[in-house]
Write a protein that binds this ligand. Sequence first.
Ligand code: CTP
Length: 400
Amino acid sequence: MTERRVLLIVGGGIAAYKTLELVRLLRKDGVAVRAVLTEDGAHFVTALSLAALTEDKVYQDLFSLTDESEMGHIRLSREADLVVVAPASADRLARMAAGLAGDLADAVLLATDKPVLVAPAMNVRMWRHAATQRNLARLRVDGIATVGPTEGDMACGEYGMGRMAEPVVIVEAIRAALTTGTRLAGVRALVTSGPTHEAIDPVRYIANRSSGKQGHAIADALARLGATVTLVSGPTALADPSGVTTVRVESARAMLAACEAALPADVAVCAAAVADWRPAEAATAKLKKKGKAPPLALVENPDILATLAARKKGRPRLVVGFAAETENLVANACAKLAKKRCDWIVANEVGAGTGTFGGDDNTVHLVRDGAAEAWPRATKAEVAARLAERIADHLAGRRA
Ligand code: CTP
């Protein structure tokens, strides 16, 4: 296995002293670490300590003459498998959320196409502040992973949430972020995600509340196991997962066409919340108010899952559907599986109060072979990772 490489951005904050231990643990794990020390970080740890522990040069200036010729910010991120920010101060999170490029750390984070993991550390009130939480939410949508913070005594004498996660915990998160398996190497996967938009006229459309988080996480999880993944996504605010071919579409019909164009596939996972109906005729010009609401005649959209499952030629070996249900979850999912002739159904509760639509967590049952397996409530990323493992077991002929 080639050596894994982490680019570690050491931000400002007393927690920076723990970052030295983090470097030591990573080096012990065989991970190459290259450090960017921010101006604030340099108040707490020295470049010399970092250089000694990383056994590499430490980078500090955006406009350094020598660094720019030897190793500019683009190369720094290109030559890493993962970028880690520890500690990530409230200021750094705000700068990242805004896409600023004022110092070397900012510029690396803006230029990188590698996964990014941040370990926030700050005073409890700064952590709880609406602005910080807003920035974090934005960063999560942008595909940035977080580890910690935790609750405890703070250097400022207060107690609460905001302590940086312990180095051993950050190492675990880094290990997970760097793990790319090969169980699905050579497997072609097709995933649908997000809502569809069905045009009423050039400015209006019918849509639904799907965020695409679960479907995107599944595409990401399959790619992490080595599958070649095509993600066909309706309109979402999410970043395209790295290492995945993403095809963006608007309507159900465009989604079906993109799916068929992506075949052949060994496995298809239909996680999109496809609009069941579309306006019979989309007006070519914006509809004007004429004192009376226009009638809206609807026609049924093609069922992408059922169409893929019914294919005589080129049917994926495993076709997995989702069933969003508000009641009789398992019974409705079993009926849906039979009706659409797919192989598995992931049934999820989407009733009011579940927080599933748009949220980060999901409670699902895997329905297959007439039986339902309840999975514990977990993040959508965890549900995706578990599903990807089940798919790998199935294709390998093993029953999990
Ligand atoms: N699906 C699809 N194409 C459609 C409608 C649904 O591919 N036109 C897929 C979804 O991606 C999901 C599964 O079918 O995998 C079930 O979606 P769901 O909305 O739960 O079921 P519907 O068929 O829409 O039935 P209902 O809304 O009546 O429950």
